[in-house]
Design a protein around this ligand. Structure first.
Ligand SMILES: O=C(O)C1=C[C@@H](OP(=O)(O)O)[C@@H](O)[C@H](O)C1
Ligand SMILES: C=C(OP(=O)(O)O)C(=O)O
Length: 427
């Protein structure tokens, strides 16, 4: 079920923000920890998980397949693997992680598993992973477009072996197959053929977490991943705070010339903090790490940038919002595939940033953004949490940015409106 729309006027910042934010765990790490724990030989614990729509639906989907998951505590979730079986129905909501990570798990189950999600989830690309799963032995019915709704008819075993995939549309096609691959009878040799795979840091997160669960993974040949068949260990997963969820808060420091610290940031991270640091620095900010966490300081200057965002494409909406407030034009490129995210993000950003007064040229793989005098507007959020983040960032500097819906932020951070109000007012 989709959440009910909640219109919201973004608060304007009265001055520089100065705060420490405590954010829940990374969506991407929580999703991987849930899947790897569900496929392990013994129980696992997930510390500081993300509790949001994407991860609670993932937990519900795995439960439907026979896994016991206790999500009662905000600090610690417990996962007890069980024999995977259907019949089951899995609601993916609008989550790419569920629609790409859960079908390979369902292919290992004994019984029929159906998948569907929000209306727009049916438009998100899925065909490459479904075709690869079929090549690996799975019996799957998909819609005529190759996507949701799906019916996966498992026998409790999947042969695995070799498959070729075009993962230029989403790194999640590769991650989804790799996460379940240790449980395929012959393991997996997966070769990507096509334009570059986006989101390389998310692929590294996948292989890192697989190894941490005891899998043998080789990625020494570019665009080829080999996973040996074998058991996965149950373990304790420590989830890092969500860096992409922190991005709008850091952007607030940049826009207002203030300071925002993300508490609990680890010394070593599997999220693309280096790339975010480069981008915020190029935009005019300062980024530093201390025992307190990861701190972004706005210097009062906000410059346009030229940047390839393919590695960090989920940051595009917030970076585009900063570009619209900058003192010179920007060119953001390398993100054609985000047309297949929660909405067509390039079209959505072009429409909404244009509405508030920025000059926009939309390219197949990016945007040129020329700041202009910005004006109040109704900002459509397209059920996309990161469009809402972008609107909130602009609203700090432009009075009267009215989001058609802020409830869509529940996808990855249900507390967003309250945390944002606290950031702006300091109460
Ligand atoms: O594996 C993951 O957890 C993710 C991978 C990326 O997907 P794409 O490669 O489709 O951009 C990212 O944008 C998404 O938010 C999360
Ligand atoms: C692209 C995103 O999500 P998903 O995992 O649904 O693809 C995102 O969170 O920006």
């Amino acid at each position: 079920m989709t959440t009910q729309a909640r219109p919201w006027t973004a608060p304007v910042a009265g001055g520089p923000v100065a705060t420490t934010v405590r954010l829940p765990g990374s969506k991407s790490m929580t999703a991987r920890a849930l899947v790897l724990s569900a496929l392990a030989d013994g129980p696992s614990e997930i510390r500081r998980p993300l509790r949001a729509r994407d991860t609670t639906l993932m937990a519900a989907g795995l439960r439907a397949l026979g896994v016991t998951i206790d999500t009662g505590s905000d600090e610690l979730w417990r996962v007890e693997p069980g024999t995977l079986r259907g019949p089951a129905r899995i609601d993916v909501g609008l989550a790419g992680t569920i629609m790409r990570f859960a079908p390979p798990v369902a292919a290992l189950a004994d019984g029929t598993v159906t998948f569907d999600g929000d209306p727009h989830a049916r438009n998100r690309p899925l065909r490459p992973i479904i075709e690869a799963l079929r090549a690996l032995g799975a019996d799957i019915d998909a819609s005529p477009t190759g996507g949701l709704p799906l019916v996966v008819r498992g026998t409790g075993l999947l042969a695995g072996g070799e498959a070729i995939i075009d993962a230029s549309g989403s790194s999640q096609f590769v991650s989804g197959l790799l996460l379940s691959a240790p449980r395929f009878a012959k393991g997996l040799i997966l070769r990507h053929e096509g334009p570059p795979v986006p989101s390389a840091p998310h692929l590294r997160m996948t292989t890192h977490m697989l190894r941490a669960a005891g899998a043998t993974v080789d990625e020494s040949v570019p665009d080829v991943w080999t996973v040996e068949p074998g058991g996965l260990r149950g373990r304790t997963w420590d989830i890092e705070p969500d860096l992409s969820g922190a991005a709008p808060f850091f952007a607030a420091a940049m826009v207002t010339g203030g300071t925002v610290t993300l508490a609990g940031w680890p010394r070593d991270s599997w999220q693309p903090v280096g790339r975010l640091t480069e981008l915020l620095t190029a935009l005019g900010g300062e980024v530093g790490q201390s025992d307190e966490g990861l701190t972004v300081r706005g210097t009062g200057a906000l410059h346009g940038i030229e940047a390839d965002l393919s590695e960090v494409s989920e940051l595009t909406p917030v970076i585009a919002a900063l570009a619209a407030l900058a003192d010179s034009p920007s060119e953001l490129r390398g993100v054609a595939h985000i047309r297949g995210h929660e909405t067509d993000r390039l079209a959505a950003l072009a429409a909404e940033l244009g509405k508030i007064g920025a000059g926009i040229v939309e390219h197949p793989d990016g945007l040129e953004i020329t700041p202009g005098p910005l004006r109040p507007a109704d900002f459509e959020t397209y059920a996309d949490h990161r469009m809402a983040h972008a609107a909130a960032v602009i609203g700090l500097a432009v009075e009267g940015v009215r989001l058609t819906d802020v409830a869509c932020t529940s996808k990855t951070l249900p507390e967003f409106p309250e945390l944002w109000a606290h950031l702006v007012t300091g109460d």
